[in-house]
Ligand binder design. Sequence first.
Ligand code: CA
Length: 166
Amino acid sequence: MKIHKMSIVLPFLLITPIFAQLFYPKHKTIRKFHLITSHRANWHQALFDCRSLSMNLVSIYSKEENDNIVQQIKDGGYIKEDFWTSGTKLGNKDNTYRWMGSGKPVNFTDWAVGEPNGRVEEVACIHYNNDKGNAQSDQKWDDYSCHSKFFFICEQELIEYEYCST
Ligand SMILES: [Ca+2]
């Protein structure tokens, strides 16, 4: 019996896209940070405003990410401004900080000297501090009244694909 060549090749051609979907294109999720300087908002409003832009108020997990944001603040000429992050201990029974944007605990920290020092419940939201030229505090983290109005930082998740060129 003669088997046509295509009857062998065709099934392989049909399953190739399945393998391609499983293994290619390779991709990774990257997080991009956006300084929102169009208006100042209290912490809760900043959460809403980031969501309305299909983003989240920023969560920070590493020195690298923190350095990236501080550099953006400096490059943008905003060293005399304060910026909200999503860090808070509002409503946390164990009185520890979490990132509202992701629900994850705050592990990496970059507190200004003497911070966090909030003793009342409403002083529970983390912002990048502007301490008017004090190198120990400028662009470091400070817990502050969540009702205060600051600029804020939204994060955007993007999928970056790597294409195979062969
Ligand atoms: Ca404080």
